[in-house]
Design a protein around this ligand. Structure first.
Ligand SMILES: Cc1ncc(COP(=O)(O)O)c(C=O)c1O
Length: 367
């Protein structure tokens, strides 16, 4: 089977190195915070041009603590998109604010054009999502928000390696949230996340809040939560981080191959349309015969996934608590988009097989 992710293969390749690092950690007894967590924060800070990096136990908590640090809560509105993982909206609801969902463009991304009409006096933040690890046009969104006194939190959960003007995304706005969930391009062997910010106040808030508000072992200055990145996860992530650029390079190579061959097909190329800086967390195309294409690929041992088949405003969680809304582009894309395998364990032969099958499918199907 040609799979859509390489979680198992990555773990198998690196288990020798990871076990060795874990053996050292077990001997040290440093299971909470400590050197491995500090090393991972320092690696992330370097990658993000020296911004503060606070390691947390998930990307969801990074969003949650960024919202809390910005004092966003009941009575406030936060704008984001509906074609994201539920966590983006879950974090807004968790702080007691009201999520407002904007439609996206044909590239599946939010833009200043779709956000601007939704900004009101109650809007306190906007959370643009770098879906698929695609660069989005963040500067006009930040300009709009600054002019209205609105904060911007970049959802970079899928965006490790995504670049704008040659820089890792996640440092332009007030704060950003990265996920190190095992499925991510840089994923742990369990949950993990990182809050990145240039604002020392937000960094300090997150650092204290992730650890029960403790300023030292016995004194808490503000009730917080337990959202520390596990030292065992940090140790594994420090190993994996050394290979990240190599892995990203292979994704870009595979995407270029797909772009080249699929440009002459009806299925077409990635919905990000080859914008530079794409980290290709997902390579996503669209088809009006999406479900049949997925089934055809599966019959031929190729796994293609749908991220995400149910947009947030169609989730039971939304329908039971929020008003019904229509988001035409999001809805159309949710029926048509399909994620093709794109990761560093794919051989050239695997990728050729995927495109050959797509072409065969297109010849066989009645359009
Ligand atoms: C776009 C997006 N936002 C937020 C999250 C939440 O991250 P985590 O699973 O680390 O809590 C994820 C990942 O699953 C995601 O893909």
């Amino acid at each position: 089977m040609i799979k859509c992710n390489n979680v198992q293969e990555q773990a198998q390749d690196l288990c020798g190195e990871i076990f060795e690092r874990w053996r050292e950690l077990l001997q040290s007894g440093e299971f909470i915070l400590g050197d491995q967590v500090l090393a991972f924060e320092s690696w992330m800070s370097d990658r993000c041009g020296g911004a503060h990096a606070v390691a947390l136990n998930s990307g969801t908590d990074a969003l949650f603590l960024a919202l809390r640090a910005l004092d966003i809560g009941p009575g406030d509105e936060v704008i984001t998109c509906a074609n994201t993982f539920v966590a983006t909206v879950g974090a807004i609801v968790a702080v007691g604010a009201r999520p407002i969902l904007a439609d996206v463009g044909d590239d599946e991304l939010l833009s200043v054009e779709t956000i601007a009409p939704l900004v009101t006096d109650r809007t306190k933040a906007v959370i643009p999502v770098y879906l698929r690890g695609r660069p989005l046009d963040i500067d006009p969104i930040i300009d709009l928000c600054r002019s209205r006194g609105v904060a911007v939190i970049e959802d970079c959960a899928q965006a490790i390696g995504t670049m704008i003007d040659g820089r890792q995304v996640g440092t332009r706005a007030d704060a950003s949230a990265f996920s190190m969930h095992p499925l991510k391009t840089l994923g742990g062997l369990g949950d993990g996340g990182m809050l990145v910010t240039r604002d020392p106040g937000i960094a300090e808030y997150a650092r204290i809040a992730r650890n029960h508000g403790l300023e030292n072992r016995n004194e808490s200055i503000r009730f917080g939560i337990n959202s520390r990145l596990d030292s065992l996860q940090a140790a594994a992530l420090n190993i994996k981080a050394q290979y990240l650029d190599q892995w990203l390079k292979r994704r870009v190579e595979i995407a270029a191959f797909y772009d080249d061959v699929l440009s002459t097909t009806r299925t077409g190329t990635d919905l990000g349309r080859g914008k530079p800086g794409n980290a290709y967390y997902h390579y996503v195309v669209q088809s009006t015969h999406r479900d049949e294409l997925q089934a055809y690929l599966a019959e031929n041992d190729v796994q293609a996934a749908i991220h995400y088949p149910v947009p947030i405003h169609w989730q039971k969680a939304w329908l039971s608590s929020q008003p019904r809304i229509a988001l035409p582009t999001t809805e159309r894309l949710s029926r048509q988009m399909i994620t093709l395998p794109c990761h560093h364990h794919l051989s050239d032969g695997d990728v050729e097989k995927v495109v050959t099958l797509i072409k065969q499918f297109e010849r066989a199907v009645r359009w």
